[in-house]
Design a protein around this ligand. Structure first.
Ligand SMILES: Nc1ncnc2c1ncn2[C@@H]1O[C@H](COP(=O)(O)OP(=O)(O)OP(=O)(O)O)[C@@H](O)[C@H]1O
Length: 309
C-alpha cells in the first residue's frame, strides 16, 4: 500500500455549490518526494486538509501510512508533519519557544529529534530569541518546517511552503527537502511554481479539483502532443493578437518574452509561414524557433485540451 492513498475523493463547500476536489484517486509511494502542482484554487489545500484529518471528504476514502483518515485520525495526527499554507506559527513566541511548544505538543523534546532538524535549525538559531512575527519570510518558512518535523513524522505535508519566499530561500528549501527525503520521510509538497515541479520525483497536475496527469516530470513533458514553437518579435502583445488570427495556429500564449505556438497540422512549412505572416503584418525582429516544451506547456495543453491527448 502507498504511504498516502486517495480513492475517489470528492469535497464540496457551501452546501455543494463549490466543487473543490472532484473524484481524485492517487497513490504516493513510501519515501517519495511528490508534488501537487496547480494554480490558486485548484484544490491543493483541500486535499492536504483531508489527508491531515483537518477536514472530512464528502465521498471517497483516504489513507496515510495505512491509517484511514476518518477511523484512525488520532494515529495520523501523531505520525504526520503538516506545514499549512498560511503561516502557522505563534507570532508572539520566539523561535525557540515555538519549537519547544510543538515538541511538547507531541510529547517530545527538541533534543530528542535534533538530528532531523539540525541542518535547518542551525540557520535560524542565531535568531532563537526573536519573535516569529519579526522573522523574514525565508526564516519563518525554516522555522515552520522545523516545527513540522520536530516529532519525526513519517509523512510530511507541505502546503505551498515557498509561496512568497525569495528565490534564494526557495532554492535552499528544496535542497533541504532532498536531504529529508534521504532520511526516508515521504514528502508531499504543493506549489503553484512550475519550476519547482521538476524537483519532485513524481507530480500530479491539478486544476479545478481534478488531476490532469500524474507522472514523473520528464514523462509529463514527453507526453506533450505536437511540435512547440517560440515566436519572437519586437511587440509581443501585437504579435500575439495577430498570431491568434493566423488560421494554421492551434494555440498561442505569451510565455516570458516569447509567444508559444502550436499548429493544427505539424508540417515543415509552419515555421517559415508564421515568420512570413508576422513580417507581412509589419513586425520587426521576427524569429520562430522549434523548442522543447516545459511542464507548464504540458499543463496549459491539458487545461485547454487543445489536442485530443
Ligand atoms: N472554506 C471554504 N469555503 C468555501 N469555499 C472554499 C473553502 N476553502 C476553499 N474553497 C474553494 O475551494 C476551491 C479549492 O480551494 P483550495 O484552497 O483547496 O485550493 P488551492 O489549490 O489550495 O489554492 P490556494 O492556493 O488558493 O489555497 C477554491 O475554489 C476555493 O475558493
Amino acid at each position: 500500500m502507498g504511504a498516502v492513498t486517495l480513492t475517489n475523493v470528492t469535497k464540496t463547500y457551501d452546501e455543494g455549490k463549490v466543487l473543490a476536489v472532484d473524484d481524485v484517486s492517487l497513490s504516493v509511494e513510501p519515501g517519495e518526494l511528490f508534488g501537487l502542482i496547480g494554480p490558486d484554487g485548484a484544490g491543493k489545500s483541500t486535499l492536504f486538509r483531508i489527508l491531515t484529518t483537518v477536514l472530512l471528504a464528502d465521498n471517497g476514502t483516504a489513507t496515510v501510512d495505512g491509517y484511514d483518515v476518518v477511523k484512525d485520525y488520532r494515529a495520523i495526527r501523531k505520525t504526520v508533519g503538516y506545514m499549512p499554507g498560511r503561516f502557522s506559527l505563534y507570532q508572539d513566541l520566539t523561535v525557540e519557544e515555538n519549537l519547544t511548544f510543538f515538541a511538547t505538543l507531541f510529547g517530545t523534546t527538541i533534543r530528542e529529534n535534533y538530528d532531523l532538524i539540525k541542518d535547518i535549525y542551525e540557520q535560524i538559531e542565531p535568531f532563537k530569541t526573536r519573535r516569529a512575527g519579526k522573522l523574514s519570510g525565508g526564516m519563518k518558512q525554516k522555522l515552520a518546517l522545523c516545527c513540522a518535523l520536530i516529532h519525526k513524522p513519517t509523512v510530511l505535508f507541505l502546503d505551498e511552503p515557498t509561496t512568497g519566499v525569495d528565490v534564494v530561500s526557495r532554492r535552499e528549501f528544496w535542497a533541504m527537502l532532498k536531504r529529508l527525503k534521504q532520511q526516508g520521510i515521504t514528502i508531499l509538497v504543493s506549489t503553484p511554481y512550475m519550476d519547482e515541479a521538476v524537483l519532485c520525483e513524481r507530480i500530479a497536475l491539478i486544476q479545478t479539483g481534478q488531476l490532469l496527469s500524474v507522472d514523473t516530470p520528464q514523462n509529463i513533458v514527453n507526453a506533450y502532443a505536437g511540435q512547440l514553437f517560440a515566436a519572437r518579435a519586437d511587440s509581443i502583445p501585437h504579435a500575439l493578437t495577430e498570431i491568434r488570427q493566423f488560421d494554421p495556429v492551434r494555440s498561442s500564449y505569451a510565455f516570458g518574452d516569447t509567444i508559444h505556438v502550436t499548429f493544427r497540422d505539424d508540417n515543415e512549412q509552419n515555421q517559415q509561414q508564421l515568420t512570413q505572416y508576422l513580417q507581412q503584418k509589419g513586425h520587426t525582429n521576427v524569429a520562430v524557433t522549434a523548442i522543447t516544451p516545459t511542464i507548464e506547456d504540458r499543463f496549459i495543453q491539458l487545461m485547454t485540451k487543445d489536442t485530443s491527448s
